[in-house]
Design a protein around this ligand. Structure first.
Ligand SMILES: *Cc1c(COP(=O)(O)O)cnc(C)c1O
Length: 412
């Protein structure tokens, strides 16, 4: 009788809110953090854990070098610092992303140029990238949004053809593959984030990877005030301090062991959800390229913008945690691009000779990436995670079908 009640109550809770959360940290994290504390040293230059993690991450991905830092933002800044681009260089990237992709471009005194997204994959559209190349373009920063791969073959071709660098932002894309190869290995440099909301985490942290020895050397210097420690006390160029502590690396070592299982599960559950709803008229899923693997940093689909908010409200009423959109607007509409005060009262590097002899000003106005703007108005996001069960996904599919019936089909 008692167990029956408990079961009944559990059912009730589940229908109130589908899905679940769990503690992402276990015995291994605890053991390694304690080991660091007991060693009496938390600093990476005197310790072993950061070095160990960098080695493990490079091996895991299959690259020669990895430089750990304090955040994904720092990892991208380090990649750009390694490339040492001239101020005013243009970097083409996606308009839907975390500002952690964009701030390093501005901090490098470079200029972000936004290309629109592909309507099926929601990833950067290579044709629009090519249209936006100017003589000032020096790099493409490909962002694998939500754990789905960009069209790396085409981006690489464009980069080679125009002799510009290709960099990857893999902050949302652990275990994501393209042509059966892990993302992060296609670009000259790849960057990952370990902040609390990413597939694996150490609270905050990041890593920059490359196969290039010279870039790796410069990346390492850029993360540590350009101080070549083996050569003595000097600084070789302008660079911040992005050193992480041994504590973060200890947690990251334990987390890396779980990354394949976590992403395998997210891939399976995400695909299951897509298969369950992709045939419903008026619902569009985020598609992956053939031979690529989507690891669903979150789950999202889109419906007509006119009914989106009603759909979200009704779906939430069915117990599915969900919200409309992701970021509120494409990042080019953010205030930082529109107040004319990039550094102090100056708008450097915009419009500054000789870096930008302005044939025409760069536009950050609404309308420059029409599909990205539309996507944010149409997107419905379900923040699922690896603790969800197939049963949770099945219930979510049923709820979406029910809401679809009422909100979309009922409207005809
Ligand atoms: C999270 C994220 C970043 C920044 O990572 P932080 O560790 O938060 O600095 C950069 N790019 C993308 C696409 C992200 O999702």
């Amino acid at each position: 009788m008692r167990t029956e009640n408990v079961e009944a109550k559990r059912e009730l809770v589940l229908t109130e809110t589908i899905g679940r959360n769990g503690n992402r940290f276990g015995d291994e994290e605890e053991r390694l953090v304690l080991e660091v504390l007991r060693s009496g040293n938390l600093n990476k230059n005197c310790g072993t854990k950061v070095k160990e993690f960098e080695k493990q991450f490079a091996e895991y991905l299959g690259v020669k070098h990895a430089v750990m830092s304090t955040s994904g933002t720092a990892a991208i800044h380090i990649a750009l610092g390694a490339l040492n681009l001239d101020p005013g260089s243009e970097i083409i990237t996606s308009p839907i992303t975390d500002m952690g992709s964009i701030m390093p471009i501005l901090l490098s005194l470079c200029v972000p140029v936004f290309a629109d997204l592909d309507e099926n994959t929601w990833e950067i559209d290579p044709d629009d990238v090519e249209r936006k190349i100017t003589p000032r373009t020096k790099a493409i920063l490909a962002i694998h949004l939500i754990g789905n791969a960009c069209s790396m073959d085409k981006l690489r071709k464009i980069a080679n053809k125009h002799k510009i660098h290709l960099i990857e932002d893999c902050a949302q894309a652990f275990e994501t593959t393209y042509n059966d190869t892990l993302v992060g290995k296609f670009g000259l440099l790849g960057c990952f984030s370990f902040n609390q909301c990413k597939h694996i985490t150490c609270g905050d942290g990041g890593i920059t990877v490359t196969d290039d020895d010279m870039l790796a050397e410069r990346a390492r210097l850029f993360s540590d005030k350009a101080w070549p420690r083996e050569k003595g006390r000097t600084s070789l160029f302008v660079a911040p301090n992005y050193r992480v502590t041994e504590l973060q690396a200890a947690v990251a070592i334990a987390q890396l062991k779980k990354v394949q299982d976590i992403c395998e599960k997210r891939n399976r559950l995400g695909k299951m959800l897509s298969d369950g709803i992709k045939r419903l008229s008026g619902i569009k899923i985020q598609e992956a390229y053939p031979n690529s693997k989507h690891t669903y940093w979150f789950y999202a689909f889109r419906v007509n913008a006119k009914i989106r908010d009603e759909f979200v409200k009704t779906l939430a009423g069915e117990g599915v945690p969900c919200t409309g959109g992701y970021i509120p607007r494409p990042v080019y509409e953010y205030e930082v691009f529109h107040n004319g005060k990039m550094f102090g009262n100056s708008n450097f590097p915009y419009g500054h000779e000789p870096y930008r002899p302005f044939p025409e000003p760069i536009s950050y106005d609404r309308g420059i990436c029409p599909f990205a703007e539309c996507l944010l108005d149409e997107m419905i996001r379900i923040p699922f995670n690896e603790f969800w069960t197939e049963d949770d996904i099945q219930k979510t599919i049923e709820a979406i079908k029910k809401v679809h019936q009422g909100v979309i089909s009922g409207k005809r």
